[in-house]
Design a protein around this ligand. Sequence first.
Ligand SMILES: NC(=O)C1=CN([C@@H]2O[C@H](COP(=O)(O)OP(=O)(O)OC[C@H]3O[C@@H](n4cnc5c(N)ncnc54)[C@H](OP(=O)(O)O)[C@@H]3O)[C@@H](O)[C@H]2O)C=CC1
Ligand SMILES: Nc1nc2c(ncn2[C@@H]2O[C@H](COP(=O)(O)O)[C@@H](O)[C@H]2O)c(=O)[nH]1
Length: 327
Amino acid sequence: MESVFDYEDIQLVPAKCVVNSRSECDTSVTLGGYSFNLPVVPANMQTIIDEKVALYLAENNYFYIMHRFDPKTRLSFVNDMHARGLIASISVGVKEEEYSFIEQLADAHLTPEFITIDIAHGHSDSVINMIRFIKNQLPETFVIAGNVGTPEAVRELEHAGADATKVGIGPGKVCITKVKTGFGTGGWQLAALKWCAKAASKPIIADGGIRTHGDIAKSIRFGASMVMIGSLFAGHEESPGETVEQEGKRYKEYFGSASEFQKGEKKNVEGKKMYVEHKGSLEDTLTEMKQDLQSAISYAGGKELQAIRYVDYVVVKNSIFNGDKIY
Ligand SMILES: NC(=O)C1=CN([C@@H]2O[C@H](COP(=O)(O)OP(=O)(O)OC[C@H]3O[C@@H](n4cnc5c(N)ncnc54)[C@H](OP(=O)(O)O)[C@@H]3O)[C@@H](O)[C@H]2O)C=CC1
Ligand SMILES: Nc1nc2c(ncn2[C@@H]2O[C@H](COP(=O)(O)O)[C@@H](O)[C@H]2O)c(=O)[nH]1
């Protein structure tokens, strides 16, 4: 295998600017026939998104994926979003009851625009069977399948009918898969993304390991169409989850979907809980992300997101830190 690297080891090389203002740069992206403001989607985790956040994102033209940890509410969620003229984007697992849920949607003639099959080890027959089942029952739905970390997995899931694949096994901030199992793309997620993107014939969603806004541009450079982010979206005013105060400072909880807190039991735990500093409003973060990405497009010498795809890059181990502590 070629040598590997991660987000902090890469710098993108600037090209001549073609705009007079960064506001001319267009950060929008198309997925599944829909256009969204940013190539960014908050993680489908219980401390990142709930119905209110989903509604805010959909109404403001951001892509969203609702989590699957309150399964009984999913049907009415799809109904409600459609009643408001918004897209419905939900998650499913692969257990028996999820097949019944897909049948219920089909029987009710409810077709979510997006369904994400969300399990830890997505390169599996269980995911392949679920992709085929959804495509058979709800042929119009755009199916995102994951998570995977290899080109073989991307090809196999695409071949089974997935419309996009989600790449990232273990790079997440609250992930402990890498320490508990020894497996994953943690520490080399960007190289894994590059490797997977070369094999892909459909969009890829890079998932996990984003620590700065510049990492979004780097993900685009290495082949992502969309970037899923957890920790940077945790801790907002609107984020679900408990707020605690310590020494006059406010913090909010952020826990893994495979953590004991999510599962309610200590079985196959591959996630942990942490507290992140309170960050203010989600709107402010999304605005800042947009401005930073517009700036990235200008450094790429273009006016659109695609310009970032073609820039040169250098590998300089730990280059962005330069000995500075930036967070
Ligand atoms: N991106 C990442 O790196 C990771 C993400 N997660 C997140 O945690 C949540 C829970 O994930 P998950 O535990 O898969 O969901 P589920 O608990 O719904 O499990 C899905 C099914 O896959 C089986 N399964 C889970 N892991 C494996 C494995 N390694 N090998 C074979 N079968 C397996 C489970 O059976 P059984 O439990 O009996 O094995 C179950 O039948 C998801 O939201 C997922 O995205 C979790 C870990 C890593
Ligand atoms: N190994 C685990 N990964 C998890 C768990 N819960 C979520 N995740 C993944 O992390 C990303 C978010 O990463 P971040 O670096 O942006 O915080 C999320 O989208 C999942 O793919 C878990 O319990 N274990």
